[in-house]
Design a protein around this ligand. Structure first.
Ligand code: ZN
Length: 446
């Protein structure tokens, strides 16, 4: 394979800073960083920022569509958005040893970004197979829903959760439990109140999942995790109250990590999107949006994912009201431009911190660092080149997803990826796929 050199970019290297230098890549790896490097192919990116390939630690695949198709298309959408690795949450009632090797084969055959999996643990059979999932499948992260998704995923109770945490703790510090932290009992009584008043706006939907339901579950999950001695990652934190709780919890519990998502950082419950933005947890008020940005800057929140679910407007069913609309939206293709526009350009959010929360931290938390998450000789040659001043209007047709809408359709965003390099090859340029990319399943070890 020939040697590719990116010339004169401004390399954003987490933990070190921003340096103007060349990067040389060969055989899928970064081989050198320095001045005056030469290669078989040289591309000037002078004045542009070069980031390590981003990691979206939280997407879903194949929930409403064909898994093989989404494995290919939605990972292509990720690449077009500068995301070269995705963490996909997978789950169902059956024990995973019965079929999951086929899912891994499918990822190796179809995915164009690299993929690692998190497995939902919701039955005693699955719980009893956890060490086998780690040792035989190379999957070391697991997910529990303290509050499930009605009709799709059951809640787990605190006893089941503590048992699972103890099993994962025994695997050592490379394994981790991800938690959807909401209290289903508080949701139930809040839902009854909203039903009784009859109004069905996006803000009403927010009232069905009160901020207190998230805060209570975050505190309880952190406590149980400490009892078990496991590592824990709270997915999609959405409220100011949870950020405040994390300020108390994180100094006491060093094995506690927390994620928010780019939609929660950019959309509130008064959005004109209405029920197209129907989601669990729901969009909140502007105070929570501000608190999430502060928590991300201060280190209380560790990562930014998307919770991407590929949907069509027809399946979404916004016209069915808050009780009939489907939660979820596509977001993997817009995550980076949203963070650049709303964060770096509008709020002065630090670009180095952006690389930490969108690349280095997910790589470290999920056992992929330094193969992923940084720019250094020996790392995978996954890079994204960013133009902070490029202004483009979002059109879902340009994002490469099967979805027929975006939460940001028609919005002008400033700051976009202009090139994605995957495995040492330019695969996306100026928003277009320009060559075939190959992704693979990332097997992790304990
Ligand atoms: Zn999710």
């Amino acid at each position: 394979m020939s040697k590719l050199v990116l010339k004169n970019g401004r390399l954003v290297i987490p933990g070190q800073g921003i340096f103007e230098a060349d990067v040389a890549m060969e055989n899928g790896k970064i081989v050198a960083i320095g001045q005056g490097l030469s290669g078989d192919e040289e591309i000037s990116v002078a004045g542009k920022f070069v980031l390590p390939g981003l990691i979206d630690p939280h997407i879903h695949l194949g929930i409403f569509g064909d898994l093989a198709e989404e494995m290919e298309k939605e990972t292509a959408s990720a690449l077009m958005g500068g995301i070269t690795t995705v963490g996909a949450f997978m789950g169902g009632p059956n024990p995973y040893m019965s079929y999951f090797k086929d899912v891994i084969d499918l990822a190796n055959a179809k995915a164009v970004a690299d993929v690692f999996f998190h497995l939902a643990i919701m039955t005693p059979e699955q719980q009893s197979e956890i060490s086998t999932y780690a040792n035989e499948l190379g999957i070391t992260s697991f997910k529990m829903y303290m509050s499930g998704i009605p009709g799709l995923i059951p809640d787990v109770d605190d006893g089941f959760m503590l048992q699972t945490l103890e099993i994962v703790a025994a695997l050592g510090d490379k394994a981790i439990v991800c938690v959807h932290a909401e209290n289903p009992h508080l949701i139930r009584i809040a839902t009854e109140k909203v039903r009784a008043r009859g109004s069905e706006t996006l803000a009403d939907w927010a009232d069905t999942h009160p901020n207190a339901a998230e805060e209570d579950a975050v505190r309880r999950a952190a406590y149980l995790n400490d009892l078990a001695g496991s590592r824990m990652y709270i997915v999609h934190v959405s409220t100011a109250e949870s950020v405040k709780a994390l300020a108390e919890l994180k100094p006491r519990y060093p094995k506690l990590f927390a994620e928010t998502t780019s939609p929660y950082l950019s959309i509130d419950k008064y959005s004109p999107l209405g029920l197209v933005a129907h989601m669990i947890p729901p969009f909140r008020d502007t105070e929570s949006v501000d608190a999430l940005w502060q928590g991300l800057a201060s280190g209380l929140l560790d990562t930014v994912g998307t919770d991407n679910v590929t949907l069509t407007l027809d399946l979404k069913g916004a016209e069915k009201g808050i009780w009939g609309a489907m939660p979820g939206y596509p977001a993997v293709g817009t995550s980076l431009p949203v963070m650049l526009n709303y964060g770096v350009n509008n709020r002065g959010f630090d670009l180095i911190r952006l690389v930490e929360v969108m690349s280095k931290n997910p790589a470290e938390i999920y056992g992929l660092y330094p193969r992923k998450g940084t720019i250094t000789p020996g790392s995978d040659a996954d890079l994204v080149v960013v133009d902070l001043d490029l202004v483009k209007t979002v059109r879902h047709e340009d994002l490469g997803s099967r979805a027929d809408f975006s939460l940001y359709d028609g919005q002008e965003l400033r700051g976009w990826p202009i090139m994605t390099i995957k495995g040492g090859k330019v695969v996306v340029k100026d928003g277009q796929m320009v060559s075939e990319a190959t992704g693979q399943f990332l097997k992790r070890s304990l």
